[in-house]
Design a protein around this ligand. Sequence first.
Ligand SMILES: Cc1ncc(COP(=O)(O)O)c(C=O)c1O
Length: 380
Amino acid sequence: MIYFDNSATTEIYPASLDTYVKTSKRVFGNPSSLHYLGVQANRLLEQARKQIADTLQVSNEEIAFTSGGTEGDNWILKGTAFEKRSYGKHLIISSIEHPAVKKTAEQLTHFGFEVDQAPVTEEGIIDVNQLAELIREDTILVSVMAVNNEVGTIQPIQEISTLLEKYPKIHFHVDAVQAIAKIDTQKWLTPRVDFAAFSAHKFHGPRGVGFIYWKKGRRLQALMTGGGQEGEQRSGTENVPAIVAMARALRLTFEKINQRPEHLNHLKDALMKGLSTYDKVTIFSPEENSAPHILCLALKGIRGEVLVHALEEKEIITSTTSACSSKKNTASSTLAAMNVASALATCAIRISLDESNTVAEVEQFMVVFDQLYQRFSKIN
Ligand SMILES: Cc1ncc(COP(=O)(O)O)c(C=O)c1O
């Protein structure tokens, strides 16, 4: 089987799974308990926090644990809205955000908040000047993803950071779920970024666990109230085994940070070169400002799900633009924002790579793609 759906989720590293199992068995105390089992669990929890903070070169108190990217985005958007509602009710998100941001912002409009979407160019990159024009006196948050999950475009977080220097009161949130360990940290964690959301299962950690970066001095309202864990900010007994396993996966993923982009770019270039020789193929991921692991393309006249299943029959796993939209049968909202005609957008599929993928797999993909192309051309 060739697994080319790593943006949907990655396979857990054996070492991370091992940590999860061992921690579950050996350190089962509740970190809030006073006895030694609780102390032991709390120590591991804080070690994991420190490891993550050290990896991102931030301080321990700037890391808060969550159940994943969706919770992180929800917390940052709603937590900002509720915290700053007396100062303003205006939020800006980009038009290509993940539903975890888009739907959350939409939900906030039912509570009296106003949301503007910053448009993207046809290449899928935010126009910073247009974003600047949307800023108002009452803007409380700007939320822009670092790497788009559907086409892989890298967003100009550094330029937006420069723009927002003039607006120190606005919270700047970056959804970094697809960016971490794939593109340079400096490209998305600038000193102006206030918050960022992450998810362990995108970097070979367990599902259902993640963390946010929360800059010291910034304030958010808690979404989860209760026993007061995470410094009263996010209640609920901590999932210590998953958190410790996540920290291990992050450390392992960063160990290969220097080799990864080169290897992934090599694979992606080979795919782009191969696919661009077909008349009926459109590649949506731009050559520049594009993350090394995501390639979005369409085979004209063949719906995305038909191509995904045809590839699956040949044991090649891909997806229609994003895992969460796959079953909804709707065209990609990122492609719509890029002004791609909806007939072509419904033909889109996403290939998402990982460092474990090989040149031989890419070659095998191209052989299978060629067979399918000939087959579909005859039917058409
Ligand atoms: C950019 C982005 N943000 C948020 C999420 C949601 O993360 P999770 O699956 O951990 O809730 C995803 C998942 O695909 C994503 O790609």
